[in-house]
Structure formats: C-alpha cells, structure tokens
Design a protein around this ligand. Structure first.
Ligand code: GDP
Length: 177
C-alpha cells in the first residue's frame, strides 16, 4: 500500500538538556535562545529514510529525573527512543542509564530501538562529558550515538534517521507497517 508507515518516537532526558530545541530545530528549522520549560507535546513530520516515507510522531517530554517513573505513555505504542543529555552536564549524562534501565524494565525487554544524544556540542568550552564516554555508554546498551547542536543545526536530522534505522533493524520485513 501507499500508506505512510507511522513511527512514534519519544524524546527523554533531564530538564533543560535541549530536548525541545532539538525537536524544534528538526520540525521548524529554527533555534531560540530563551528557555521555556516544556509541557509535553507531540509533533508530526514525514521523513524519508532509505527510500521509504515515514510518518513520524515525535513526543517531546517534560523531562525526567531519577525519581520520575516511566509510565505506560512512554512504553506502549512507542517505536523508538531518543535519550538526550547535554555535553555540558555530567548529571544529565548519568541520568541516561537510569532512564534507559527504567524503559527496559517497564517494557520487559532487553533491547529497545534507541539513540543516545550528546546535545549542545557547540558549547565545547563547557564540556563535562567526553565523546568517548557517550560512545561507550551507547555501545554498552546497544544504542546508536551522536553529538548534536540544535543551535548550529549539527546532526539534528541525523538523530531521527538513526532512530528510524534502529527501529527498522529490529522490525522483520513486511511487519510493523
Ligand atoms: P529541554 O528542557 O530539554 O526541552 O531544553 P530546552 O530545549 O528548553 O533548552 C534548554 C536551554 O538550553 C535553552 O536555553 C536553550 O536555548 C539551550 N540550548 C538548547 N540546545 C542548545 C544547543 O544546541 N546549543 C546551545 N548553546 N544551547 C542550547
């Protein structure tokens, strides 16, 4: 059929790591310096990847801390995850494994389609997390990895391509339409 394949992607991570900025840059192609705490919102965009058109629904969450439960909303019907930390915040980096483990636990799975994102890579003078640490974390959890800047539009589209790639890797042919 010609129906677009629908893919739901949830964006999670600590507050103010740049989740909304990443999604905004991807959807609307612009960046704003002001900070507005996110209320959860969903955005839709059709993305062409590997010659296939995907109808992507991106859920920008309010942000998690170590006490935030991962509820059904972030588990049921979600195809892929984008877990964001800021390269300028070691705390936000440490939160990634916590959030990842909670998703795995809630879903009752050992492996989920996931991209780990080191955001704000334009702020290299304030870097607290080496790229190697990010890569290691991603490899350990069988996730894709990329560093981004929503401000300078570096690797923003790449995040969602990688996420679709991680989803498709785990989807058998002719399934998951
Ligand atoms: P969220 O709470 O994770 O959704 O974070 P926001 O997208 O609201 O961003 C938090 C703050 O970080 C805002 O002041 C943004 O302007 C800033 N920010 C987000 N992404 C970047 C980036 O790539 N580079 C820089 N320099 N600042 C960023």
């Amino acid at each position: 059929t010609n129906a677009l394949k629908k893919r739901k992607i949830a964006v999670l991570g600590s507050r103010s790591v740049g989740k909304s900025s990443l999604v905004k840059q991807f959807i609307e192609n612009h960046f704003m310096d002001s900070y507005y705490p996110t209320i959860e919102s969903t955005f839709a965009k059709s993305v062409s990847y590997n010659g296939v058109e995907y109808d992507c629904h991106i859920i920008d969450t309010a942000g998690q801390d170590e006490y935030s439960p991962i509820n059904a909303q972030y588990a049921i019907g979600i195809h892929g995850y984008v877990l964001v930390y800021s390269i300028t915040s070691k705390n936000s980096f440490d939160m990634i494994q916590t959030v990842y483990d909670k998703i795995i636990d809630f879903c009752g799975l050992t492996d989920i389609p996931c991209v780990i994102v080191g955001s704000k890579c334009d702020l290299s003078s304030s870097r607290q997390v080496d790229m190697q640490e990010g890569l290691k974390l991603a490899n350990r959890n069988n996730c894709a990895f990329v560093e981004t800047s929503a401000k300078n539009d570096i690797n923003v589209a790449k995040v969602f391509e990688l996420c679709l790639q991680e989803i498709e890797k785990r989807t058998a042919p002719n399934q998951g339409d």
